[in-house]
Design a protein around this ligand. Structure first.
Ligand code: B3K
Ligand code: ZN
Length: 872
């Protein structure tokens, strides 16, 4: 049934060299006239039909080189258009189709969002605009003409540079845009509407002046200034760090309210979900500011990694996504704190990608088959894809990596290419063999790395036994060994780095072990005393690590490791070991809890650690991570109780100091979104959240913070702490928040998300009531995801209620939304990926809900693909 395999890749018999589009935009029906200049490829046999993709198009005219086709010369059906016997030379195929953006609730192709016509074409949306070879290896130049009502759509935008515009006299006007760079259809974009804007300019290193603009709903202009600032910094950074300049005269961004995901890198015309553009201190949090900066950068960086060099086919998606995520991570690291960014990214990786990789939806960064490509815009393709690029940079060094990237741009500019071609440039630039490294792209699953050590005082030798193992994943029973860059160090009893005089048994440099085989035994000589080892510094490979380090060793690392990532990790490990014991009902280890409490105390008091780092260090592993560490028969309620008990045991003794620090961290400085101020607020809000759980005075302190807050970061942190813990203040504060910001849909999303994450049993009923309200915007992806997505993904206890009501609610929601927007439905359904790990009662309840959904009639390919894999 409709599975597409990488091994079947073949170029099309015909290719499209240029495209002329003419859009007659009008309410209800938009007409699209397309003139495609088409050529048979060399070797295409005469009589080979031309098969174009097309969906929900009404064909009104068709001609070749100006001559209308007779009925027997073509056939149009639900999937496209076939021209039976096209000319065996260059020709122009002209079609006229009618489409209805107003009824396009899938938000793919051309649709209308709050009155604005806009497009989303990646991966297969262009076929909903006109008949086309809708695949990324067809690169053509586009010229786009648009006509529309001058009052309804004073702004007319498309890719590339504006060629002409003018009035047509009858209340209609037109604009013509031309993009000189050949591109795949998924990068096509068009916007028509009544929009406000802000403008600016940027001059590239070689002196090209670029006009920048951000378009948005009227009245929101000043909320786009941070996005504009982020854009200019991104443009400068890509020149400095990767030698990449922008290449058109204009760069436009448009913010729209209805969008299936974050944003889209269309050539010269990025389209954004407005939640990733709008920011002002009263309504956006520090986290929002950072996300906006990151996504603006990400989409901008795609201009080289994605647009100038694109993907040959959708199996290669991580070629552009993993690489571009790596680039945006590096941007944030350079703009803010590298250590804090690394820790946050690893928290995200473990919260999103590790569960995917260890569950029913596991797939390699480069899959070799799919049923529905929209289901492969995943944490594995994006975040693990970025980890793989990061390992390449770690193994080759920054210079070697840069040499490879330079060669990539030089060799493949203007092409649609593959992971093989990407790896080859690093091989050629560095004279290395990356054959085994490629396994990272081809194999699913998170490797488990086990290390044990022994010290022999008599011979002053220290030995490490390291081994790797990747558990089977769906469809992949056998796993190969991967190349593991293990950044490491040995720490002596006084806390200083320890050297060695010789080493045997492995590939070891000053700060890195490279493990290629299943296992290695590495012996260091000239080691004067037993060291404490620090492995996977900077999280140098995406693995699960098991060591035989004691809690004392870990606390030692938390204090002395020169690598901030591993200092943070050590505290996580101490907390995780304790909470696992508590879940298992083991005798509480008072000594170990006291030691962790002391370490947290030291962290808070430290004069050298920065605030943002402290905030992360004072965060114990979350419930879902604890669940995965337990691995099977998970009882989310027991985990929740144990974690709360641990927080109380560790932080209650520190409550006085924490309140003192909380007060001291307060500030009257005017709000700035920079890393230092944001770090200060993060630490203060972390203390507040801990006090809500650990201190009887905590809830009152949080309620007061809510009332007195002068920015959304502080107000929302208080609301979230109270709303999630569902203390007595929760209902009145949530009500206040809702009325205080009535009319701001993005703040409504925050209210929805907190409402859905409440830990009490009443939450499901409340969520259902919110959704049933006739005024609830049932077709807006942001609203739906904030409410039901948060419930399924971020309410581990109530979603998995033992009576199955949480599961049934989500599957019924999925069945309903699937009829209008399959992408949103399929995405929410992935919240079920934990189900095989749950204890038996919950597992059975989940299975029943999923099985019932499977029996629904007419599920989309998106949802049925997830469901089939979910049920294995
Ligand atoms: N390339 C787009 C994602 C498109 C998702 C299609 N389902 C945004 C990005 O990754 O930059
Ligand atoms: Zn991307």
């Amino acid at each position: 049934e409709h599975t597409i395999y990488l091994k079947d890749y073949a170029p099309t018999p015909y290719t499209i060299v240029s495209v002329d589009l003419d859009f007659g935009i009008a309410p209800d029906t938009t007409k699209v006239r397309a003139q495609l200049t088409i050529e048979p490829r060399e070797g295409t046999a005469a009589g080979t039909p031309l098969v174009l993709d097309g969906e929900e198009l009404k064909l009104e005219e068709i001609a070749i080189d100006g001559a209308p086709l007779v009925l027997s010369a073509y056939a149009a059906d639900a999937n496209g258009l076939t021209v039976v016997n096209p000319p065996q030379r260059r020709f122009v195929l002209e079609t006229l189709v009618a489409i209805t953006p107003e009824t396009n609730t899938r938000l793919m192709g051309l649709y209308r969002s709050s009155g604005v016509w806009c497009t989303q074409c990646e991966p297969e949306g262009f076929r909903r605009i006109t008949y086309y070879l809708d695949r990324p290896d067809i690169l053509a130049t586009f010229k786009v003409r648009m006509t529309a009502d001058e009052a309804l759509a004073p702004v007319l935008l498309a890719n590339g540079n504006l060629v002409s515009r003018g009035s047509l006299g009858n209340g209609q006007h037109f604009a013509v845009w031309e993009d000189p760079f050949p591109k795949p259809a998924y990068l096509f974009a068009l916007v028509a509407g009544d929009l406000g804007s802000i403008t600016d300019t940027y001059t590239t290193g070689s002196g090209r002046k670029v006009d920048l603009a951000i378009y948005c709903a009227h009245g929101k202009e000043e909320q786009c200034l941070w996005a504009m600032d982020s854009l200019k910094r991104s443009m400068a950074w890509d020149e400095k760090r990767f030698g990449r300049e922008y290449d058109l005269d204009v760069f436009n961004i448009v913010a729209v309210s209805d969008f299936n995901f974050g944003a889209m890198e269309n050539k010269g015309l990025n389209i954004f979900n407005d939640r990733l553009v709008f920011a002002r201190p009263e309504t956006a949090t520090d986290a929002d500011y950072e996300s906006i900066e990151r996504v603006i950068a990400h989409e901008y960086f795609h201009n080289w990694t994605g647009n100038r060099i694109t993907c040959r086919d959708w199996f290669q998606l991580c070629l552009k996504e993993g690489l571009t995520v790596y680039r945006d991570q590096e941007f944030t690291s350079d703009e803010r704190s590298r250590a804090v960014k690394r820790i946050s990214d690893v928290v995200t990786l473990r919260a999103t990608q590790f569960p995917e990789d260890g569950g029913p939806l596991a797939h390699p960064p480069r899959p070799d088959h799919y049923r529905e490509i929209n289901n492969f815009y995943t944490p594995t393709v994006y975040e693990k894809g970025a980890e793989v690029v990061r390992m390449l940079a770690t193994l080759l060094g920054q210079d070697g990596f840069r040499k490879g990237m330079d060669l990539y741009f030089e060799r493949h500019d203007g092409e649609a290419t593959t992971i093989e071609a990407f790896l080859k440039v690093f091989e050629d630039a560095n004279e290395v063999d990356l054959t085994q490294f490629k396994t990272w792209y081809l194999q699913a699953g998170t490797p488990k790395v086990t290390v044990s050590d022994s010290y022999d005082a008599a011979s002053q030798t220290y030995t490490l036994s390291i081994s790797q193992e990747t558990a089977p994943t769906p469809g992949e029973p056998e796993k190969s060994d991967v190349v593991l860059p293990i950044k490491f160090g040995l720490i002596g009893p006084n806390g200083s780095p320890m050297g060695w005089s010789g080493v045997t048994g492995g590939e070891v440099s000053d700060d890195m072990i490279v493990l290629r085989g299943k296992s290695a035994e590495i012996t260091f000589s000239g080691v004067a005393s037993r060291p404490v080892p620090s492995f996977f510094r900077e999280f140098s490979a995406p693995v699960n690590l098991e060591t035989d380090l004691t809690q004392e060793d870990r606390l030692f690392l938390a204090r002395h490791d020169s690598d901030p990532f591993n200092r943070w990790q050590a505290l996580q490990d101490v907390g995780l070991a304790l909470v696992k014991d508590m879940v298992a009902g083991k005798q509480t280890d008072e000594g170990a809890i006291g030691a962790l409490s002391a370490a947290m105390d030291d962290t808070l008091a430290s004069g050298s650690l920065d605030d943002a780092f402290k905030a992360l260090a004072l965060t114990l592993p979350d419930e879902q991570l604890i669940g995965r560490a337990i691995g099977k028969d998970i009882d989310p309620e027991a985990i929740h109780r144990a974690r709360v008990a641990l927080i109380r045991a560790v932080f209650r003794p520190l409550a006085g100091k924490m309140r003192g620090a909380y007060v001291a961290l307060g500030s009257d400085a005017p709000y700035q979104p920079d890393a230092v101020q944001a770090g200060r607020r993060a630490l203060r809000n972390r203390l507040m959240a801990l006090l809500v759980t650990a201190d009887p005075e905590g809830p009152a302190l949080a309620a007061e913070q809510y009332r007195n807050a002068t920015n959304m970061t502080d107000r929302f942190a208080a609301l979230a702490a109270i709303g999630v813990a569902w203390t007595a203040d929760a209902a009145p504060l949530l009500a206040d928040f809702r009325t205080r910001f009535a009319g701001d849909p993005l703040v409504f999303d925050k209210w929805l998300a907190v409402s859905a994450r409440a830990e009490d049993e009443g939450v499901l009923e409340r969520v259902q009531a919110i959704l049933a309200d006739p005024t609830f915007p049932k077709n807006n992806p942001n609203r739906l995801r904030s409410l039901v997505g948060s419930f399924a993904m971020n309410n581990p206890v109530q979603f998995t209620r033992a009576d199955g009501a949480g599961f049934r609610f989500v599957t019924q929601f999925v069945a309903d939304v699937d009829t209008r927007n399959p992408q949103v439905a399929a995405r929410v359904l992935t919240g079920f990926r934990v189900w095989p790990m749950l204890e038996a009662t919950r597992r059975e309840a989940a299975r029943e809900a999923l099985t019932a959904l499977k029996e629904s009639e007419g599920l989309s390919r998106n949802t049925s693909d997830i469901l089939t894999r979910m049920l294995g």
